[in-house]
Write a protein that binds this ligand. Structure first.
Ligand SMILES: CC(C)(COP(=O)(O)OP(=O)(O)OC[C@H]1O[C@@H](n2cnc3c(N)ncnc32)[C@H](O)[C@@H]1OP(=O)(O)O)[C@@H](O)C(=O)NCCC(=O)NCCS
Length: 158
């Protein structure tokens, strides 16, 4: 199924030749917050997996045939895990994050989840709060010396 987001943007599944483009988006998107680019490239090299894209529930925001954002849901029974949420910087602030989040939430619910949880990039917590997310607990991940927040929302309320 393809969902129309706004003029010229739709949400679809990834294509088999797309992992490299999605990796580029992840780097540009994380670096958008001003982090050292070498740190970001090393961080993405550790975290990005083309296999995980195919194995999990991945959604791509497509503008005129080009991926401009993506999100990935890892189904985990009652609590779905939002693993990735990346918008190409030029497309930030245009509603694509909302559309990807809603699509992931709907898919998680469809697969039987009652809640959705994720580890939040500190600069993105305001966005997630707008999506109905709340701090659940501190993450055990130490990212560049910071403690990250695990956030979550009930899917029944959406
Ligand atoms: C965080 C991110 C996914 C948001 O996507 P987006 O497409 O820009 O978000 P939207 O345009 O759908 O915004 C939805 C709402 O959240 C608000 N919002 C968006 N980003 C925000 C932020 N960083 N802080 C506070 N509020 C934010 C918007 O103002 C909007 O509010 P409104 O409905 O009152 O107008 C995007 O900024 C991004 O990819 N950032 C870089 C990578 C990143 O941090 N990813 C998250 C990893 S955990």
């Amino acid at each position: 199924m393809r969902d129309v987001v706004g003029p010229g943007v739709e949400i679809r599944r990834p294509q088999s030749d797309e992992p490299e483009r999605l990796r580029e988006i992840m780097i540009a998107s994380k670096a958008h917050w001003g982090y050292d680019r070498d740190w970001v490239v090393a961080w993405v090299a550790r975290d990005f997996s083309g296999d995980a894209l195919a194995r999990n529930e991945t959604f791509v925001a497509d503008a005129a045939g080009t991926a401009v954002g993506w999100a990935m849901l890892v189904p985990r029974g009652e609590v779905g895990w939002l693993e990735d949420m990346w918008i190409e910087p030029a497309w930030i602030g245009r509603g694509i994050g909302t559309q990807l989040f809603e699509r992931v939430a709907a898919r998680a619910r469809e697969l039987g989840a009652r809640r959705l949880e994720w580890e939040a990039e500190p600069n993105a917590t305001g966005f997630y709060e707008r999506m109905g997310g709340r701090h659940i607990r501190d993450s055990e991940t130490n990212e560049w010396g910071r403690t990250l927040s695990i956030m979550g929302c009930d899917l029944g309320e959406r």
